[in-house]
Design a protein around this ligand. Structure first.
Ligand code: PMP
Length: 389
């Protein structure tokens, strides 16, 4: 067994692209909020597939939906109609009042790319105003909206027309949006940038500025969507009505999928404007339908709100010396520490808890929303031990 494990690490070390820093773990199985390594050791998964596992790993109803679809039809390009896709698009639009149509693709970055293109197409304007600390993906368009130099350096020239304003600074946003602005592109809770929830004032103000200047509001819900923050979508906390919503990650429980919802202020798109060979794949759509059934049927957004708030309050109340701040929304939690988190994440893993960094100093928790109260207590205990050491 040990030998095989070394083989796997060596194989990946030799043949994978090299762009991912890998942890010393070989994961072979998942169930609910748990992951298992090759030797059968169990971990509580607060990486959550980097935000993809909201309904949990290998949920039986998702598996059943995929199996049923995969036996009927695996490939159906958008040149044909398809019942599973038709149903899924309608369900997605039905989640947000005012949404007219849905574009389906295969990842978060593709959803952001498409939203940017649709905003330019719709307004005939080039400008995209995004936020400092924002993260929107790594293909050239979404990378141009992503702020941190560490992702951008070495890849210039990026796409022209992009600018960045400080997150939560309405005055600067007001100055940046003008007659050539196609869209303002924002996360409601900045994820990769360090888990920073935006204020209602800023986000509602951004929407107002867009309306005044004839620009569109694109909300990036790739990480915050599908119940993560305690609402189906994070913008619903603030009563926003975005024009375009980009989504991905948990949308299809791990089957690759992205989507953009298009509101009434977006011009009707015509054939050929954009496209994707795999977009709207019926297997992904079947998984997506099962995800919506689970989120709604088990009230998982409400569960995330309740469990997340309790955990954040409990950790904050301990006033641990290593902790600078606990922030987040629902089960999207950032623990800002007074030092670098790499060692802390290793120590957590040794205690059976997998978590993510957000930048150098923040421990980020994105557990499946089905995580049990008991599992969350184990996570809390491990955090206390690691942060007290
Ligand atoms: N937008 C946000 C807010 C994200 O967090 C991410 C991924 N971390 C992306 C876009 C890009 O998604 P993907 O990696 O699926 O392309």
């Amino acid at each position: 067994m040990m030998e095989t494990m070394l083989d796997i690490k060596a194989l990946e070390g030799q043949y994978s692209s090299g762009i991912y820093a890998k942890r010393d773990l070989v994961i072979t199985r998942g169930s609910g909020a748990l992951l298992y390594d090759e030797q059968g050791s169990e971990y509580i998964d607060c990486v959550g597939g980097q935000g993809t596992a909201n309904v949990g790993h290998c949920q039986p109803t998702v598996i059943a939906a995929i199996q049923e679809q995969i036996q009927k039809l695996m490939i159906c390009p958008e040149m044909f109609h398809n019942p599973t896709r038709a149903q899924f698009q309608a369900r997605l639009c039905g989640l947000v009042p005012g949404m007219q149509r849905a574009y389906l693709c295969n990842s978060g970055t593709e959803a952001v790319e498409a939203a940017i293109k649709f905003a330019r197409y719709s307004t005939g304007r080039p400008g995209i105003v995004a936020a400092m600390r924002g993260f929107h993906g790594r293909t050239l368009g979404s990378l141009s909206a992503t702020w941190n130099k560490k992702y951008r350096d070495g890849f210039e020239p990026l796409v022209p027309g992009f600018s960045h304003v400080p997150y939560d600074n309405l005055e600067k946003l007001q100055e940046a949006v003008n007659d050539s602005t196609a869209a303002v592109l924002l996360e409601v809770v900045q994820g990769e940038g360090g888990v920073y929830p935006g204020s209602a004032e800023f986000l509602q103000g951004a929407q107002e500025i867009c309306r005044q200047r004839g620009a569109l509001l694109i909300i990036d819900e790739v990480q915050t969507g599908f119940g993560r923050t305690g609402q189906m979508f994070a913008f619903q906390h603030h009563g926003l009505q975005p024009d375009l919503v980009a989504m991905g990650k948990s949308i299809a429980a791990g089957i690759p999928m992205g989507a953009v919802l298009l509101g009434e202020r977006v011009t009707q798109l015509s054939p050929g404007v954009h496209g994707s060979t795999f977009g709207g794949n019926p297997v992904a759509c079947a998984a997506g339908l099962a995800v919506l059934d689970l989120l709604e049927g088990q009230q998982l957004p409400q569960r995330a709100a309740r469990l997340g708030k309790a955990l954040m309050d409990e950790i904050a109340a301990l006033n641990l010396p290593a902790v600078r701040e606990v922030r987040g929304k629902g089960l999207m939690i950032g623990i800002e520490t007074r030092g670098k988190v790499a060692g802390l994440l290793g120590a957590l893993a040794e205690k059976g808890v997998l978590a993510l960094p957000a930048g150098l100093t923040v421990i980020r928790l994105l557990p499946p929303l089905v995580i049990s109260g008991e599992q969350l207590q184990t996570v809390k205990q491990a955090l206390i031990e690691v942060l007290s050491a």
